[in-house]
Design a protein around this ligand. Structure first.
Ligand SMILES: Nc1nc2c(c(=O)[nH]1)N[C@H]1C(S)=C(S)[C@@H](COP(=O)(O)OP(=O)(O)OC[C@H]3O[C@@H](n4cnc5c(=O)[nH]c(N)nc54)[C@H](O)[C@@H]3O)O[C@H]1N2
Ligand SMILES: Nc1nc2c(c(=O)[nH]1)N[C@H]1C(S)=C(S)[C@@H](COP(=O)(O)OP(=O)(O)OC[C@H]3O[C@@H](n4cnc5c(=O)[nH]c(N)nc54)[C@H](O)[C@@H]3O)O[C@H]1N2
Ligand code: SF4
Ligand SMILES: [Mo]
Length: 902
């Protein structure tokens, strides 16, 4: 299969492209003396720091670490969960080399937090030709009416001053409040409400905000009260020093090798070396399964509930065959859970049904046997039995999952079931056993047990300026809310809330997109475009000419984290339990870009608000506050202690007010090194087994559920799901049962009959997170585009049937539209399944309507059943060979706005 870009690149092609892109490059402001050369020089990619590929400006500076610049720690704060160490070699404010963590002996006790290819290409992000240089307005935009709205996404641009930009945005917002009310504004996208504009908008009156189950899928509403596990079932894994004590590690739909690269995969290596056996459960034998030489338990996307029901069924059957208690840990179930069978019902039960009897077929005449499941899941019957055998109580089993299987329609019973299978074997709260997550930043780190706590910035923020409009629109109805003015407000599922059904209306005229790539990353990109072309005003903050910038009317250029104080976003993304990683300022703001706070301040003033009161703490002071307030657990005593010693000189250098303080280590040390790693050893004081307190003493440490125990019968769960008005024609049971998912495997057949004929869209699509990019971030970087293709993965048997060869262009399509990608033909995928890695930047061809970039969300259908899950991995498509002609994306010019007069 092809993963790397294989089409031979014509050097002339990229030189022409990059010349066009660089022609518009006007380096202003802080730009250094060092000559900034373009790729026209045509140097080779790699070690000499010059990019081969479209439009990257590479400084033509000889590398001489002895005399010239200095190494500075720099953050990489993409939303990938990595938080790896990056260091940059800076000459006169320009980064000419990068390296990664080279401290320590790189042992398992003290691993190096090495960055992935994306982090190492980061300088192309900050110094790329596609950086936005100044505020812009869309050429054919008119205040209040939107002007020619159909040109959004394909218009030219006009440079404007910051003053004008602030005035125009403030005027639009005020005008719409007066004319259409506060329900006319939508914070579009997943991270809505966190940006620099949101604070003033909230202070002024707020707007409808948006929620999504994006990362967690149907795990979203699993807070403590639902079945007594940790929020979303995350944060209570055993810590990594215990991995080697398992007999089996089940990687449930995980792909650390792509989706949590950095150090995380490495953390499992000791287990691999010590002979722990890995199982991988998913629709492809992915790079992670390959790395760990895992036994592949194949399962069709979105059918996991059927699979695990059969695993539970087969465990009971084994237990019966071998003698009660030989396989199932009945003592564990009795002590720590409720609802396994009719004898274990909780007090609040309203339904006279239970899990065991359901499995045996008491309510639907269908025992959930391996054979029953296999027909749905595609898993060989013997593999289901093997999985059940592995889960037996005499084995030590760690079950670690990502949320991929939960980003599927109607998977709302899956987390309860996943936990139940581990409860049945008693695999919780002891060495070698756990059931939790290992994805994003949570691999081998029980994040509920942090070893560092970053200090508060001060003068902040969302709590002081909450959004006065309480309405929240869920991802699946975001575009419908704009196009049809209606949605079901059931609270913020992002925050784990499900309130009862409440149908509301709205009249959206303004969309604000900050810190988010809503057009690319939300369900249904074609409706996103239609929606954005309907409203009167779209504003976004952006670093480069992102898709959301492209579809806006006014774009405000935001400084990258290398231009700020680095740590800015870390409170959100800081997940590495065992290391504190800091970045410091690498350079001044580039071009006319402003930091978030500078944008917030200017906008507040334009809104007529008291900007000084709203932003009382300078960014330098915030940075200091974070450092001064940072605490850590002392490596020997485990006590929480102040981390940094800060002197008067430090205070002066940091341009901040405060008092000198005593701490564990000098501040200067971390500012220079950028990293502190907690030394670890198996069995040390930080060793942790998930849920250990509850397991030790369940009465003294009850869980947050109604019963205080893990609930295999959760009335709360059923009531929430049945009350929110999203699911059609299905009664959610308090115990885990199977619901045929909307747009799942069954729906790929005519009338849903899996023994019948395939329907119009016979293939299942899933959308893995991809090594080349972090969601959309970094997908513009030429090095990464050159190194990794943007494929659709197709099973070899299916490709053969369709006459598609590796590298051919393929059109993948369904009711949502068509996207084009090069084929990567693979023996590692289940037939009937295609994979479109998540995150390319939408690029719709006006003539054909095809998306040339292959944005997978053109094909994801909003369903929002269950808790309102964004079912990215349950969509049906068809595909065919595409005979058109198109260059591979690394050959395309950088995306830069076409600016009037330039
Ligand atoms: N089909 C499909 N869709 C998915 C998923 C999937 O698996 N399949 N996964 C979902 C998941 S799990 C997630 S988390 C979402 C992610 O969805 P998004 O959050 O929309 O994705 P990003 O591409 O990370 O967008 C962040 C944007 O913010 C910009 N940015 C970064 N730092 C700053 C800053 O300091 N200030 C400002 N103003 N902007 C900044 C970045 O350049 C980028 O444009 O996608 C979801 N969408
Ligand atoms: N490089 C990179 N890293 C990232 C990100 C990124 O965009 N790029 N995004 C970050 C974020 S915010 C998140 S949320 C995580 C997401 O990371 P993950 O939660 O791991 O999600 P995916 O990459 O979508 O899927 C992982 C694997 O799940 C399997 N899978 C897909 N569908 C199903 C299914 O229905 N059932 C089962 N059993 N398996 C299935 C596939 O084999 C796939 O390889 O990654 C984080 N890390
Ligand atoms: S993109 Fe993520 S994994 Fe890669 S270097 Fe940055 S933080 Fe680490
Ligand atoms: Mo995510």
């Amino acid at each position: 299969m092809t993963l790397t870009s294989k089409q031979g690149m014509t050097r002339r092609g990229f030189i022409a492209a990059s010349a066009a892109a660089t022609a518009s490059l006007a380096l202003t402001g802080c730009q250094p003396e060092a000559t900034l050369d373009s790729t026209e020089a045509g140097a080779d990619a790699g070690a000499d720091g010059k990019a081969e590929g479209s439009g990257y400006v590479s400084p033509d500076v000889e590398f001489d670490p002895e005399t010239e610049g200095s190494w500075i720690p720099a953050v990489c704060n993409a939303n990938c969960g990595g938080f790896c160490e990056n260091k940059v070699y800076v000459v006169d404010g320009v980064v000419i080399r990068q390296k990664t963590d080279d401290t320590g002996d790189d042992s398992l006790e003290c691993p190096q937090l090495r960055s992935c290819p994306r982090g190492r290409a980061h300088r192309q992000d900050t110094f790329g030709v596609d950086r936005l240089k100044y505020p812009m307005k869309r050429k054919n935009w008119e205040p209040h009416t939107g002007g020619d709205k159909s040109l959004r996404g394909r218009d030219e641009w006009v440079r404007i001053s910051w003053d004008e930009a602030f005035e125009l945005v403030a005027d639009e917002i005020k005008y719409n409040y007066e004319t259409n009310g506060e329900r006319s504004l939508l914070y579009g996208g997943l991270s809505s409400g966190w940006g620099s504009l949101a604070k003033s908008i909230n202070a002024f009156g707020g707007g409808i905000s948006m929620a999504s189950t994006s990362s967690f899928g149907s795990c979203c509403f699993y807070q403590g009260q639902v079945m007594g596990i940790s929020a979303q079932g995350i944060g209570e894994s055993n810590d990594r020093t215990d991995f080697a004590n398992a007999d089996y590690i089940v990687l449930y739909g995980c792909n650390q090798v792509w989706a949590s690269p950095g150090t995380y995969t490495y953390l499992f290596n000791e287990a691999l070396e010590k002979g722990v056996q890995f199982l991988f459960v998913g629709p492809e034998f992915n790079p992670t399964a390959a790395h760990f030489n895992a036994k592949w338990i194949r399962v069709r996307p979105g059918t996991d509930t059927a699979l695990l029901l059969a695993v539970a069924y087969e465990m009971f059957k084994l237990d019966e065959a071998e003698g009660k208690g030989s396989v199932v840990d009945w003592d564990f179930l009795a002590k720590y859970t409720v609802g396994i069978d009719g004898d274990a019902m909780p007090d609040d039960a309203k339904v006279d049904e239970n899990f065991y009897d359901y499995l045996m077929g008491a309510y639907d005449d269908t025992p959930k046997t391996a054979e029953w499941a296999s027909a749905i899941t595609g898993t060989p019957v013997e593999d289901i039995r093997l999985y059940a055998d592995v889960m037996r109580k005499s084995n030590n089993v760690m079950s670690l999952r990502s949320n991929a299987a939960f980003r599927t329609n109607d998977s709302d019973n899956l987390l309860q079931l996943y936990m139940t299978v581990s409860f049945m074997g008693g695999h919780i709260g002891k060495s070698g056993n756990c059931a939790d997550a290992a994805y994003h930043g949570t691999v081998g780190s029980p994040i509920n047990q942090p070893l560092f706590q970053v200090g508060a910035k001060g003068g902040d923020d969302a709590l002081v300026y909450p959004n006065p409009v309480e309405s929240v629109v869920n991802d699946d109805e975001q575009w419908q809310a704009i196009l049809e003015g209606r949605f079901n407000n059931t609270g913020s599922i992002t925050m784990g809330v499900i309130t009862p059904e409440k149908q509301e209306t709205c009249d959206i005229h303004v969309v604000v997109m900050e810190n988010v790539s809503a057009v690319n990353t939300s369900l249904n990109a074609s409706l996103a475009v239609e929606s954005l072309r309907k409203v009167d005003f779209v504003v976004s903050t952006a670093r480069s000419f992102t898709v959301q910038a492209q579809y806006s009317d006014i774009v405000l250029p935001v400084a990258s984290e290398w231009e700020g104080n680095g740590i800015r976003n870390d409170a959100t993304w800081f997940f590495n339990r065992e290391a504190l990683v800091l970045g410091t300022r690498v350079c001044e703001n580039l071009y006319e870009a402003k930091t978030e706070q500078e944008i917030g301040y200017g906008f507040a003033k334009a809104m007529g608000l008291d900007a000084d009161a709203m932003f009382p703490v300078s960014e330098d002071q915030q940075w200091y506050n974070m450092l001064a307030g940072t605490t850590m657990r002392h490596p020997e005593t485990g006590e929480w202690v102040t981390m940094f010693t800060i002197t008067d000189e430090d205070l002066k250098a940091l341009n901040a007010e405060g008092k000198p303080q005593e701490g564990y280590m000098p501040l200067a040390e971390i500012l220079e090194k950028g990293i502190f790693k907690m030394p670890r050893k198996a069995g040390d004081i930080f060793t942790y087994y998930g849920y250990q307190d509850f397991i030790k003493d369940p009465k003294a440490n009850p869980r947050g559920s109604v019963s205080g125990k893990f609930e295999i019968y959760s009335q709360t769960k059923a009531d929430m799901l049945n009350g929110n008005g999203r699911t059609k024609d299905f009664d959610w049971k308090p115990y885990p049962s199977y619901k045929v998912p909307v747009n799942g495997y069954e729906a790929s057949f005519v009338d849903g009959d899996i023994n019948g004929k395939k329907g119009e869209f016979p293939y299942q699509m899933f959308t893995p997170h991809y090594l080349r990019r972090s969601h959309t971030q970094y997908d513009n970087l030429p090095w990464l585009r050159t190194a990794f293709a943007n494929p659709v993965f197709i099973a070899a048997a299916d490709a053969k049937e369709k006459g598609i060869a590796d590298g051919d262009w393929v059109r993948v399509y369904n009711e949502g539209g068509s996207v084009l990608r090069p084929a990567s033909v693979s023996e590692r995928l289940m037939p009937g399944v295609v994979a479109l890695p998540h995150g390319p930047w939408l690029d719709i061809d006006d003539e054909t309507g095809y998306d040339r970039a292959g944005c997978e969300n053109m094909l994801t259908r909003p369903v929002g059943s269950g808790c309102g899950t964004a079912g990215y991995n349950t969509n049906l498509v068809n595909f065919e060979k595409w005979d058109g002609d198109m260059e591979a994306d690394y050959q395309l010019p950088a995306r830069v706005p076409s600016i009037d007069g330039e």
